[in-house]
Write a protein of this length. Sequence first.
Length: 421
Amino acid sequence: MPATLASSRKRSSAPARRAGGRTAAAPRATLRIAVVGGAGHVGLPLSLVLATHGFPVTIIDHDRRKIEALKQKRLPFLEEGAQPLLDALAAPALAFSSSHQDVATADVIILTVGTPLDDHLNPDLTQVYGAIEQIRPSLRDGQVLVLRSTLFPGTSEKIQERLRALGLKVGVSFCPERIAQGKAIKELGELPQLISASDARTLAIVRRVFSAFNREVIELGMVEAELAKLFTNAWRYIKFAVANQFYMTATEKGLDFYRIRDAMMRRYERVADFPAAGFAAGPCLLKDTMQLAAYNRQHFAVGHAAMLLNETLPDFLVEQVKRRRALSGARVGILGMAFKADNDDHRESLAYKLRKLLEYEGATVLCSDPYIADPSFVPAAQALRCDVVFIGCPHTAYRQLSFEGRDVVDCWGLTRQGRAA
Ligand SMILES: NC(=O)c1ccc[n+]([C@@H]2O[C@H](COP(=O)([O-])OP(=O)(O)OC[C@H]3O[C@@H](n4cnc5c(N)ncnc54)[C@H](O)[C@@H]3O)[C@@H](O)[C@H]2O)c1
């Protein structure tokens, strides 16, 4: 057993602090952790929580801008509850680096880089394999590589085989992230953690890491854990598609979807998980549904149907407006460009597709978002004065606006009073 792991039985001297919604127990280990991709939406909150629970953590990210911001105690994006943790941590509890060589001193390396789709909706593992290639010269026997990015099923085993073929005795683990973006600090402590590993020793080490901040750790095989993550996201994406289908059906017939939905849901628990309509977007849900489709040789009718419904909601909304007024020459406002409420992330946001469609129709489009710094955006009040106003993202702040007398397109139900959430 490597010295670092042998000495890991000692209790950490770091004080127990609060994170993840409960009091942190003193760590049972002094495993040193490096998080590659650690300045991202998954890597950063996980790093903060692990460091808060006494593991010395080094965040390694090739985005030097984010690393510099973090060194100056500035978060690169909105993350509830993260700022106090960042403020409270200093080296060696939390260190920052742009050098992949720094994995050399870690006992556990956690990989949290992106796993997007390519232009043909196939999984693109370039970032994962690229990062592994960069850390490879610094890896050594006895280390543990935890894959936290969402992976195409079978990838963890393939990575294990590659490392073994290189003669490296590095344990491989897949432990998917399931937080809602922006809520990670709270949810990391609350959501059961799924863990899996290539061998018993690696499993014991990841169990130690994840049970330091969460009471409930569930073991699976690596492919099972990869599928559990994809099933979770595809399930949510399909549910949103059903709500959007019902919204389009009711609206097409001139009926009020939310009036029907409110009546359905009142004191009727069996439909308690019926979501509101809205843009089902962002960097994960469509992407992971398509990863599952690729895994199933594209035999995934319900997943593809969900994509067609969710991705065409902006087109549907534009067509509805065109039935009652010309868009050519009109001034159209979009309130909210982020992909989800009260967040600054605009990755894969359908509000941008909406803008493109409106511009194609010849409208002048004024976009607004309180969380996104874009010099072309206008204040909400200015967007609100346009001929037609779309709610592109239901930020809570918009509930304070008066939509009286405005021509508003609101598939989310944000502007309705007292509808079921
Ligand atoms: N965003 C979420 O809420 C969420 C939730 C669950 C799972 N996931 C999954 O987690 C993974 C990461 O998603 P994210 O939203 O955090 O992405 P992100 O783009 O916010 O973060 C990825 C980070 O990795 C860094 N990076 C990329 N390649 C690197 C390399 N070779 N070396 C060092 N740093 C590198 C990037 O600079 C970036 O900071 C994806 O697989 C995603 O599907 C995301």
